[in-house]
Design a protein around this ligand. Structure first.
Ligand code: GDP
Ligand code: MG
Length: 630
């Protein structure tokens, strides 16, 4: 079995080791690693081939025997060194003392992972065997493809198995070994069809023909042609092997003896002797070919692997950043951690309400600016409707209030009454605006709490309760201020000089316009009063409107932003005084906790993987660049 020469071994061993080390780091959870998967219909001889390659007895028999993916890691030891084995699954790890125990241990593992019935599981069982008699090779044995469910199996067992096989063979990093018995028509086998689906060119598919001793008389040439790659072409070609049949197993023919018998079989067979001479037959030749194929495959995959690790690390780091650092385990450090998180939050809340740059969340001021602009529009629009209503209103007031004065004289009470009524119409819209802003502030602060305390559901809940209470309270205070403002607005007042200036300007403007207008003046006596009245209204409304356009936003900003944020800060700090509550507040969301530690684990794995890869390529470089000594 030692036909591989020394130089090959020196070159190949590190390659396979590298991948095995990556796999034992768990990197195969993050990305596909170069591997060889064995697929085939039930009883096609998969396990027998693996047995012959590994020299250990694996579970076999009729029906479904392989029920979990089995990773078979083989490591070649130096001649004379002791056999050793190890099995790993889930959290279980166990030494295996002798090859005869392997079968039993695998069955135990399968029962643990897939139940004691006939069910299957996707969980990987890993078997490591080191011995002078095995090739350096890692193979994955998969359950055989079946069509009909037997008792105790779910109806869709066939689909489940196919799905599992697909997940392995669809990866670019997997070489598929398709096991087909010589006594069936290769073109009709399900396994080959599946392999062709994911690898139409057969770039990474290798055919293995088994049971050549059972070939139907007269079809030997088809087998020879198939192995010569003339029937269904696969780039990696075919091999033919003969393993122990049922009878030989009953007779307890050893695996070493089986290899001898296989050799004799091919050597003596008139049909298959050519294949033997050409190196297409026997298990040892298969081992040699597989090792070579795997090594080539690994060498080809390495640059891509490096890229993938880099990508994945970058992505995972970005993800982790979102989840923040977890709380420390030390009690006093935990309290400090809590203080830091709460302080950062209140600091951000103040930044939010003063319009400073924030890590999360929108700029609240750009939202508020829009709201306040629409407030100004409300005031302006209400001013415009003045013109529209005025005629009717004036007629009404004239009837009610005009006393002894002649037309054209305005009654101050009428003027005041109409101003008051109009300004009052702005009161509800102003309160409405306040409510809208309160909602916005609440939403933005909630959002901030959610981002700042991600992963700590209790902290989020408490912060939200406090925000809710404070914003509501400030809203009440702000509303009362607004209402007071509108009560004050019932007093028609502005500085004399301000009013005179406004009125004078308006009169001049209107006189200008009158000169330009060709329309004859209204002779209606109401018209004169009305026009006079309008000048006063418009002048005063402009002044009062300007006052309200600024005053309402000021009140809202003061109460809803400035005071809310300050009070939130006090409330959050007060919460910290109760040190007993630290643990409750720091209770982590289970999902987030797991996600974070998954990410952290992945980063650790991938960082180690990157180091391994770098070391490996440096060694290769050194190896290749060593000048030849002459
Ligand atoms: P699996 O279901 O694909 O894993 O198939 P097994 O390896 O369990 O083999 C199924 C049956 O075929 C077993 O009884 C083996 O002894 C038998 N078998 C496997 N290879 C050969 C072979 O080359 N010649 C003969 N005669 N029987 C074989
Ligand atoms: Mg099997």
């Amino acid at each position: 079995m030692n036909s591989l020469n020394q130089q090959y071994e020196e070159k190949m061993r590190p390659c396979i080791d590298l991948i095995d080390r990556l796999r034992s780091l768990g990197v195969d959870q993050d990305l596909g690693l170069p591997a060889i998967a064995v697929i085939g219909d039930q009883s096609s001889g998969k396990s027998s081939v693996l047995e012959a390659l590994s020299g250990v007895d694996l579970p076999k028999g009729s029906g479904i025997v392989t029920r979990c993916p089995l990773e078979l890691k083989m490591k070649k030891k130096k001649e004379g060194e002791k056999w050793c084995g190890k099995i790993r699954y889930r959290n279980h790890e166990e030494e295996i003392k002798c090859p005869a125990d392997v079968d039993k241990k695998i069955r135990e593992a399968q029962n643990t992972m897939a139940g004691s019935g006939a069910g299957i599981s996707n969980a990987l069982i890993s078997l490591e065997i080191a011995s002078p008699d095995v090739p350096d090779l890692t193979l994955i044995d998969l359950p055989g493809i079946t069509r009909v469910a037997v008792e105790g199996q779910p109806e869709n067992i066939g689909d489940q198995i196919k799905l599992m096989i697909q997940t392995y063979i669809k990866r670019q990093e997997t070489i598929s070994l398709v096991v087909v018995p010589c006594n069936v028509d290769i073109a009709t086998t399900e396994a080959l069809k599946m392999a062709q689906q994911v690898d139409p060119e057969g770039e990474r598919t290798l055919g293995i023909l088994t049971k050549p001793d059972l070939v139907d008389k007269g079809t030997e040439d088809t087998v020879v042609n198939t192995v010569h790659n003339q029937v269904i072409h696969l780039k990696k070609g075919y091999m033919v092997v003969k393993c122990r049949g049922q009878r030989e197993i009953k007779q307890k023919v050893s695996l070493t003896e089986a290899i001898k018998r296989e050799n004799a079989f091919f050597n003596d067979n008139v049909h298959f002797k050519t294949l033997y001479d050409e190196g297409f037959a026997t298990v040892p030749k298969l081992a040699e070919k597989l090792t070579l194929e795997l090594v080539h495959h690994i060498q080809k995959s390495l640059p891509r692997l490096g890229e993938q690790i880099k990508e994945k690390l970058k992505h995972t780091n970005a993800q982790l950043e979102k989840y923040g650092d977890g709380p420390p385990s030390d009690a006093s450090e935990r309290f400090t951690f809590l203080i830091d998180r709460v302080t950062a939050f209140t600091h951000d809340a103040i930044s939010l309400t003063t319009g400073e740059e924030l890590k999360f969340g929108a700029n609240i001021f750009s939202i508020l600016r829009k709201e306040f602009t629409t407030w100004k529009d409300t005031i302006d629009n209400s001013g415009l409707t003045f013109n529209w209503n005025i005629e009717r209103e004036v007629a009404q007031y004239e009837r009610k209030y005009r006393g002894r004065e002649l037309p054209g004289f305005i009654n101050y009470k009428t003027f005041e009454g109409m101003i008051q009524q109009h300004i009052k119409q702005l009161e509800e819209p102003a309160v409405q605006k306040l409510k809208q802003v309160a909602e916005i502030v609440k939403k933005e602060l909630f959002n901030l709490a959610q981002c700042s305390f991600i992963g700590f559901p209790n902290l989020i809940t408490i912060a939200k309760l406090k925000i809710e209470a404070i914003v509501n309270q400030k809203e009440i205070e702000a509303e009362s201020m607004l209402r007071t403002q509108f009560k004050m607005e019932l007093i028609v007042y502005t500085q004399d000089s301000t009013y005179s200036k406004k009125l004078g300007k308006r009169k001049r403007e209107e006189a200008e316009q009158e000169k330009l207008s060709v329309r004859p003046h209204s002779s209606n006596e109401n018209g004169a009063t009305l026009k006079e009245m309008m000048k006063h209204f418009k002048s005063y409304y402009e002044i009062a409107g300007q006052r309200l356009a600024d005053q309402i936003p000021l009140v809202i900003r003061y109460q809803m932003l400035q005071k809310s944020a300050a009070q939130l800060q006090r409330a959050m700090m007060q919460m910290l005084q109760d040190k007993e509550k630290t643990e409750t507040l720091l209770l982590e969301d289970f999902g987030i906790q797991t996600t974070r530690s998954n990410h952290q684990g992945r980063i650790q794995r991938l960082s180690k993987a990157r180091i391994l890869l770098t070391e490996f390529s440096m060694n290769i470089y050194n190896f290749n660049s060593t000048p030849v000594q002459t």
